[in-house]
Design a protein. Structure first.
Length: 128
């Protein structure tokens, strides 16, 4: 993941048929990512999903292509202990997809107010 490379991944343009929109669900393998904050060296741990294939996300007039790692910011109602049990497992989430916000983010794309969502097929993809 190259947060510094956000300018290379964020390309102006309209959505293509395969790009996700801000309200779409996402699916992948659940994991945790820990980094040091670049300004104060504080440890930051965030939840992520890794899609089985790179995804494209269009937010407004900006498209992020080839996203391999998506940060998940859970809704307050989500039981984090249950999410711990799902680590390493395929899971889907739905919330509001936004772009990189600040140095506490550990991915270029974030699903905010995320809740577990939908049934997954044998490949770990959302059944649509």
């Amino acid at each position: 993941m190259a947060i510094a490379g956000i300018a290379l991944l964020a390309l102006p343009g309209g959505a293509t048929a395969k790009c996700l929109s801000p309200n779409d669900a996402v699916a992948g393998t659940l994991r945790k990512v820990t980094i040091r904050h670049p300004e104060n060296s504080q440890l930051i741990t965030n939840w992520h999903i890794v899609p089985s294939e790179p995804v494209c996300v269009t937010i407004g007039d900006v498209t992020w292509k080839n996203q391999l790692d998506i940060q998940i910011d859970f809704a307050k109602s989500v039981d984090l202990a249950k999410m711990d049990e799902q680590l390493g497992m395929p899971i889907g989430f739905k919330g509001k997809i936004v772009g990189f916000r600040d140095a506490r983010d550990t991915a270029d794309i974030i699903v905010t107010d995320a809740k577990p969502y939908g049934e997954l097929d044998d490949a770990g993809e959302l059944k649509r």
